[in-house]
Ligand binder design. Sequence first.
Ligand SMILES: Cc1cc2nc3c(=O)[nH]c(=O)nc-3n(C[C@H](O)[C@H](O)[C@H](O)COP(=O)(O)O)c2cc1C
Length: 320
Amino acid sequence: MAGISDLSFRILNRRFGCEFAFTEMISARALTYRNSNTLKMLLADPSDRPLGMQLLGNDGKVMARAIELLREYKPDLIDINAACPVAKVTSRGEGSAMLSEPRRLFEMLKTVVSVSEVPITLKIRSGWDHSSVNAVDVARDAQEAGVSAVFIHGRTREQGYSGEVDYQTIRKVKEALAIPVIGSGNSFSAPMIKKMFDETGCDAVAIARGALGNPWIFRETEHFLREGRLPEQHDIRELIETMKLHLDLVVEADGEKHGTTKFRKFFAWYVRGLHETRSVRSRAFFAETRAQMLELIDELGRSHFRTRLTSGTKRSWGDQ
Ligand SMILES: Cc1cc2nc3c(=O)[nH]c(=O)nc-3n(C[C@H](O)[C@H](O)[C@H](O)COP(=O)(O)O)c2cc1C
C-alpha cells in the first residue's frame, strides 16, 4: 500500500505471520531519476524477505531501465501495477489506465519479462468501469506475455475502494489461467478472506486495509483456515505492546520526528472500535516525540485495562 507499506510496517506484520510482503508502488520514471524518496521506499533488511517490489509505469523502455536499477535491491519478484485508481496516476496513462490500453500493456509486459531476472507478476482491477470489465482478457494476455502470477482487485477503477467486490470475475480469471491468481478486495477479517478463497477458487489472497492497526489478521487467518474457527482475540495488553513495538520500529526507521508523525495515523487505526478514545486519538495527532506518543499509548492502556477485545469488538474496516 502506497504511503503505508514501508520497512517498519512490513517488519511488524511479518512478526505476526505475514509471509510475503510488497514495497509501496514505485514510479519507474522516478526510479530512473534516482529520486531520493523513491530510493528510500526500496530500503529493506534481511528479515524483510521474501519481498516483492512493485513498479508503476507504462513505457517499456523506462520500465526496462527501472528493472535494471532494481537489481541492486534484490527483489524476489517484481509486480507491475495496472490497478492504481488515483487520477494523478491514470491521467499519465499509468496504473488502472493500462486496462484501457490492453495492447500497450501486453507489449510492455513482454518487454519487462524479457529483461527481468526475477519473476514478473501483474496487479489489475476487474476493469476500468462497469461497462468495460476486461480482467479475463487482460490476464490471459499477461499469461501469454510470460508473467508468473496475476493479482486481481475485484473492483473497477470507477469503484475506487468501496462497493461490492466482484468475486465472479476473479473466479473467471482463475479459471482462465494456468498461473497462480491472487485475489484482493475486502480482506478485512479471516472469514472474509476465506470467503475470497471459497467464492473464487483463487490460489492466495492479498491483505491490504485489513492489516491497518490489525497485524493480528495474519495469524488469525492462518488459524481460521487451519482450524475452521477464530483463535482467542488478543487482549488490551497485547494491543498496547504492539503499538509500542510499532512506534519503536517507525522511529528507528524514520527518526523521532518523522517517525512519530507517521505513527499518528496508525494510532487512530489501532484504537478503532474501542469506546471513548476521541480525546486520546485527537491528542495523538499532535504528538511530536516518541515520549509524548508513548504517554498517550499508556493512557489508553490505563483507561481500557478492563476492556476485553471480543470478536464482537469493531476492529476492522469490514465491520464498519
Ligand atoms: C492507502 C492504500 C494504498 C494502496 N497502495 C497500493 C499500491 O501501492 N499497490 C497496489 O497494488 N495496491 C495498492 N492498494 C490496493 C490494495 O493492495 C488492495 O488491492 C485494495 O485495497 C483492495 O483490498 P482491501 O479491500 O482488502 O483493502 C492500496 C490501497 C490503499 C487503501
